[in-house]
Design a protein around this ligand. Structure first.
Ligand code: F6P
Length: 329
């Protein structure tokens, strides 16, 4: 990578939105201004970059957004950026605006695109992990995960009220794509009877046995959290039907929490994380770093290779899986 003096930085959000993205944009914009650099916002992720949807930002442009969910820069998943032609257009637009470094706030798909782009055009890039799925390797938490888990827990708490009033069993599907972090955290915090995640295939019989045990132990209602990527059943409705057929003593209902998990005001944790990561991303660029991701590991902000973030699946914390059985006794 050729080292250049960076004067003009651009920032974008890409992939699924996550609460706290605005706080990260604010931190990137304000730290660029603080270090006397020019800062540009790119709208609609790579899609907007290809179309030249770019605007010069000031520190005031990001006033009153730290508390807002979504992203003021909008976001998209771009098919065209997957093609060499699309990436060439993107590069030309950056050059035309004299932009010499890019900060991408997003998930692993966005980081993959960023890596190819940086390698093709020798262009400095830094990634800030933001996804409610929390599936980016190398960082303990990504922006948006804490808020989304809190939203899921709030929903679970409400469902618990009606579940216990009617003595029912609820299957609640939470988001997470192929990862079980959201299910594990919201399931433990919501006092779930069982948590089904894609990282751990326990099979349908194990679920039936656990529900039978729970009935025998005197529990009258139950909540099972199902990660959307879990494959114990064909889908959560099929799973519920199967359980109702085999465990006649249960009256079953299904809730899919869905995109509610993506919205809302970011929690304090997400705002502080986003602020710390945003500042670090700019500092890393100005320090001559590229193809790196800023992360949060053991309560410290770190800068680590982009390769680490995308090359392997982030493992779930086994200790969390181990305590489920104990907590549901
Ligand atoms: O990656 C975030 C996420 O919300 C996943 O949990 C979910 O699988 C997916 O995005 C939903 O995508 P869309 O908003 O395109 O339906």
């Amino acid at each position: 990578m050729t080292r250049i003096d960076i004067q003009n930085i651009a920032v974008m959000t890409s992939g699924g939105d996550a609460p706290g993205m605005n706080a990260a944009i604010r931190a990137v914009v304000r730290s660029s201004v603080f270090y006397k650099k020019d800062i540009y916002g790119i709208y609609r992720g790579y899609e907007g970059l290809i179309e030249g949807d770019i605007e010069r930002f000031t520190a005031r442009k990001v006033s009153n957004i730290i508390n807002r969910g979504g992203t003021i820069l909008k976001t998209a998943r771009s098919e065209e950026f997957r093609t060499p032609q699309g990436r060439k257009k993107a590069y030309q637009n950056l050059k035309q605006n004299n932009i010499d470094a890019l900060v991408v706030i997003g998930g692993d798909g966005s980081f993959r695109g960023m890596k190819i782009f940086s390698e093709e055009f020798d262009f400095p890039v830094i990634g800030i992990p933001a996804t409610i799925d929390n599936d980016i390797n190398g960082t303990d938490f990504s922006i948006g995960f804490d808020t989304a888990s809190n939203t899921a827990v709030e929903a679970i708490d409400k469902i618990r009220d009606t579940a216990s009033s009617h003595n029912r069993l609820f299957f609640i599907e939470v988001m997470g794509r192929n990862a079980g972090f959201l299910a594990l955290y919201s399931g433990i915090a919501g006092g779930a009877e069982d948590i089904l995640i894609p990282e751990e295939d326990r099979g349908i019989n194990e679920l039936l046995n656990s529900l039978k045990r729970s009935k025998r132990s005197g529990k009258t209602s139950s909540i099972v959290i199902v990660a959307e990527g879990d494959t114990t059943g064909k889908n959560v409705f099929d799973l519920a039907k199967y359980v109702e057929k085999h465990l006649k003593e249960y009256e079953v209902r299904v809730v899919i929490i869905g995109h509610i998990q993506r919205g809302g005001c970011p929690t304090t944790f997400d705002r502080v994380l986003a602020s710390r990561l945003g500042v670090k991303a700019v500092e890393a660029l100005l320090d001559g770093q590229s193809q790196k991701v800023v992360g949060y590991k053991n309560n410290r902000i770190t800068v680590y290779p982009l390769e680490t973030a995308i090359k392997k699946q982030k493992p779930v914390n086994q200790e969390l899986i181990d305590i489920i059985e104990i907590l549901t006794t």
